[in-house]
Design a protein around this ligand. Structure first.
Ligand code: F0G
Length: 482
């Protein structure tokens, strides 16, 4: 979307900002990284940040804030009830989504708790493009089940499909017939579909899905956490959106949405969340749960400083040069990895670059968690922390057997405006080396497996001591280099 033409390299990403605050990083030796993995149960969630060089675990709450956001924090109005900050944020959200009512929450999954507690009954089915971990857990905790009705392209790891986040309209019609509208309180649309590689959904698809839902009196709930990436791709890849501004795209999505919710750890580049609805009836149905689970209705568990910065962050999300930074860096990261033969999800999406563990280490079976093993191996040889998004992130079947994930990915998230191209080149260099030595990586097995959302706190160990072998080979090839 950048208007700048280059002489040498057509796709070069170019930052339209300068860095004015920096934080020193640590790169510890591979032996210390091995020690950190042993202590953290080969789960990158359990590493300490001081042991991490480039933290690509997530973009959640880690995006760089702008100078305007930082400045706004100084004028935040601290009060338990009725703070000026709340009304400023509410006004910004009313403008942003053109929805009148705002329920503040402390983060995205808190919105899911409120929405699911209010609307999901035992036996209900919630259709969606691809589930997100916390969403699925909240739906199931309330007795519902998730029905994924994505298109056949969604799980193809290499594809040139621009909108792998789309919903299959025939599957939706079929599901409504089979399940009956009385068991479908709402359909959920996830913008920038996280678990399949930050893949967008087309605006035309959203409008068609919403029409079917509304014809059947089914509510549309939109998870707008990854809205910034999605609207960037709508504008870039969708003929229908070529002449629309980013805000016009947002408003077209909002117009057909009954309940909009978001994690402001992603949208708005702060830490917090919220639910927006157009009618007082929907607001009244949910509002009593906010003081119970979150905090009073005018802060919802957030700090007023974050709320002030969120209002500015939302305004900045309508700036094309703000929203294109992430996708452009991710595209370049992906291009450099592919030049080295490293298998990644294509097309690249938002949020991060996703390495395809099934093709990287095809000798590791799903039951031995290829994505988890690859995430651990990448950290070991580089200090780069990615996240497993594969079978470990799934829940076991009721009979205790594994439920192999549709895709086995290591997500290397690029928090917006945080890393430089040379840091990305370092990550590419190390991952390219690992790819050459991929035969040394074996699987993982659980030594401590939590029942719910096991990927967060579960502890594993490498099968056949492969981490020691990989470390030895690293030393042979790199000498005493970090
Ligand atoms: N919905 C989506 C699409 C998300 O990506 C997330 C969080 C949530 C809901 C939950 O929001 O974390 O504020 O409670 N994704 C984070 C990630 C955890 O790393 O991708 P939250």
């Amino acid at each position: 979307m950048s208007k700048i033409k280059f002489f040498l390299n057509e796709s070069m990403p170019l930052e339209m900002h300068k860095v004015r605050v920096v934080q020193k990083l640590n790169l510890i030796p591979i032996e210390a990284r091995k020690e950190a993995l042993d202590q953290g149960g080969y789960n990158t969630f359990l590493l300490k940040n001081r042991d991490v060089f480039l933290d690509m675990l997530t973009d959640s709450g880690t995006n760089a804030m702008s100078d305007r956001q930082m400045a706004s924090m100084m004028v935040a109005d601290d009060s338990y009830a009725g703070s000026e900050t709340f009304y400023r944020l509410e006004k910004t959200l009313q403008f942003f989504f053109q929805m009148k009512y705002f329920l503040p929450t402390h983060q995205g999954r808190a919105c899911e708790n409120i929405i699911c507690k209010t609307f999901v009954k035992p036996g209900d089915v919630i259709p969606m493009n691809y589930h997100f971990t916390t969403t699925k857990a909240h739906i199931e905790l309330n007795g519902g089940t998730v029905a994924e009705i994505f298109t056949d392209e969604a799980l193809k790891v290499t594809s040139d499909c621009p909108f792998k986040g789309n919903i299959d309209l025939n599957k939706l019609q079929q599901l409504i017939k089979e399940v009956g509208v009385e068991h479908i309180p709402f359909l959920r649309i996830e913008l920038g579909t996280n678990l399949i590689g930050g893949q967008p959904i087309a605006l035309e698809n959203i409008l068609a899905v919403a029409k079917i839902c509304h014809d059947h009196k089914i509510m549309v709930v939109t998870d707008a956490s990854l809205l910034a990436d999605n609207i960037h791709f709508n504008k870039e890849r969708e003929e229908f959106c070529k002449n629309l501004s980013l805000h016009e795209i947002v408003l077209k999505i909002a117009e057909v949405t009954d309940i909009m919710y978001f994690s402001a750890r992603k949208l708005g580049c702060v830490r917090g969340g919220g639910i927006c609805v157009p009618t007082v009836e929907l607001f009244d149905k949910m509002k009593d749960l906010i003081p119970l689970y979150e905090g009073f209705l005018t802060y919802g568990g957030m700090s007023v400083r974050e709320m002030e910065a969120m209002a500015v962050g939302l305004e900045e999300t309508l700036d094309p040069e703000m929203v294109n930074q992430g996708p452009q860096f991710i595209a370049e990261f992906g291009k450099k990895l592919m030049e080295q033969g490293v298998p990644i999800i294509t097309p690249t999406g938002g949020l991060g670059c996703h390495v395809d563990a099934r093709r990287f280490i095809p000798h590791v079976k799903s039951e031995e968690y290829p994505a988890g093993a690859l995430a651990a191996a990448i950290y070991l040889i580089s200090g780069v922390r990615g996240m497993e998004r594969g079978t470990i992130s799934e829940t076991r079947n009721p009979d205790g057997s594994e439920h192999p994930a549709g895709v086995e990915l290591v997500r290397l998230a690029l928090p917006r405006r945080v890393f430089t191209m040379s840091q990305i080149s370092y990550a590419v260099d190390r991952i390219a080396w690992l790819f050459q030595n991929r035969d040394l990586i074996k699987g993982l097995m659980f030594i401590d497996e939590p029942k719910v959302l096991r990927f967060f706190l579960g502890r594993l160990t490498p099968i056949d001591h492969w981490a020691d072998k990989l470390m030895k080979k690293f030393r042979e090839d790199f000498g005493d280099s970090l």
